[in-house]
Ligand binder design. Structure first.
Ligand code: NAP
Length: 249
């Protein structure tokens, strides 16, 4: 039976991906910062493990508990929206800790077993903002662009070992909790610098005018991860969602 370890499986894209792979008969190891057994359907193929991607001990313990895995999905991530001037160094470093160093540490933890078996797939969940720059997303985009670079280069060095590496690029998904979490953090840190308020309004107005058909749903991302995990001919970069597909051309 194929097995998949998913980080950030408590909500949004990670939860949808865990559901999809469970439905399709896989063994699913669902990594959650706060483990909960009531989020996914009960199954003897489901293992919920405590996993904070910024904590090396938590990563080691989760990978040991998971046992052999065929696919790693680095989905856990945090958002942030502000001007460069409105982004503290601590906030920027925090984005990189979760969005770039976390996935890299997870890769380092699972690669020895994948190399030994000469097989495996690593799927890193990035963002369509790396396809087209948007104002006020500089630090977040930088963290995801770094993840893209890490993934693209590692794809070359892992190819001789039979290990495939993929980037899933979701578009904007207002239905997950991602925006709310980021918004709460922005307000907690004092909001946007006053001179940038017209830019904030322009971005918000553009988002408000988008219809449901033009954004990304969690199931789009789960299906893109499915393609990355199961189709050996899938491209390195897989856009997910109507808006991401439009941007990718
Ligand atoms: N939603 C969007 O518009 C969008 C667009 C493009 C890309 N993405 C990317 O897609 C991924 C998932 O986003 P989403 O929309 O599903 O967001 P979400 O609903 O906010 O879920 C994020 C998940 O990541 C987890 N997480 C955060 N920090 C973590 C850490 N240090 N260790 C382990 N887990 C952690 C959260 O766990 P807790 O429950 O413990 O907080 C949650 O399970 C992220 O990488 C995000 O950058 C999102």
């Amino acid at each position: 039976m194929n097995s998949i370890l998913i980080t950030g499986a408590s909500a949004g894209f990670g939860l949808a991906t865990a559901n999809l792979f469970l439905e399709r008969g896989w063994r699913v190891i669902a990594g959650m910062r706060t483990p909960r057994n009531d989020l996914l359907p009960a199954s003897d193929r489901l293992q919920v493990v405590a996993l904070d991607v910024t904590d090396p001990q938590s990563i080691q313990a989760a990978v040991e508990q998971a046992g052999p895995i065929d696919v790693l999905v680095n989905n856990a991530g945090i958002g942030w929206m502000n001007a460069v001037e409105g982004t503290s160094p601590e906030t920027a470093r925090g984005l990189f800790e979760t969005n770039m160093f976390g996935p890299m540490a997870l890769m380092q933890a699972v690669l020895p077993q994948m190399r030994a078996r000469r097989s495996g797939v690593i799927v890193n969940v990035s963002s369509s903002v790396t396809l087209k720059p948007l104002p006020l997303l500089s630090a977040y985009t930088a963290s995801k662009a770094a993840l893209n670079a890490l993934t693209e280069v590692s794809a070359l060095e892992l190819e001789p070992f039979g290990i495939k590496v993929r980037i899933v690029l979701p578009g904007r998904a207002p239905t997950t909790g991602f925006g709310d979490t980021a918004r709460a953090k922005i307000h907690a840190q004092g909001g946007f610098p006053e001179p940038y308020l017209p830019v904030v309004k322009a971005v918000m107005d553009a988002w408000a005018s988008e219809s449901e058909a033009e954004v990304t749903q969690a199931i789009d991302v789960a299906e893109a991860v499915w393609q990355a995990a199961t189709d050996p001919a899938s491209p390195l970069r897989i856009p997910a969602g109507a808006d991401a597909l439009a941007l990718a051309g």
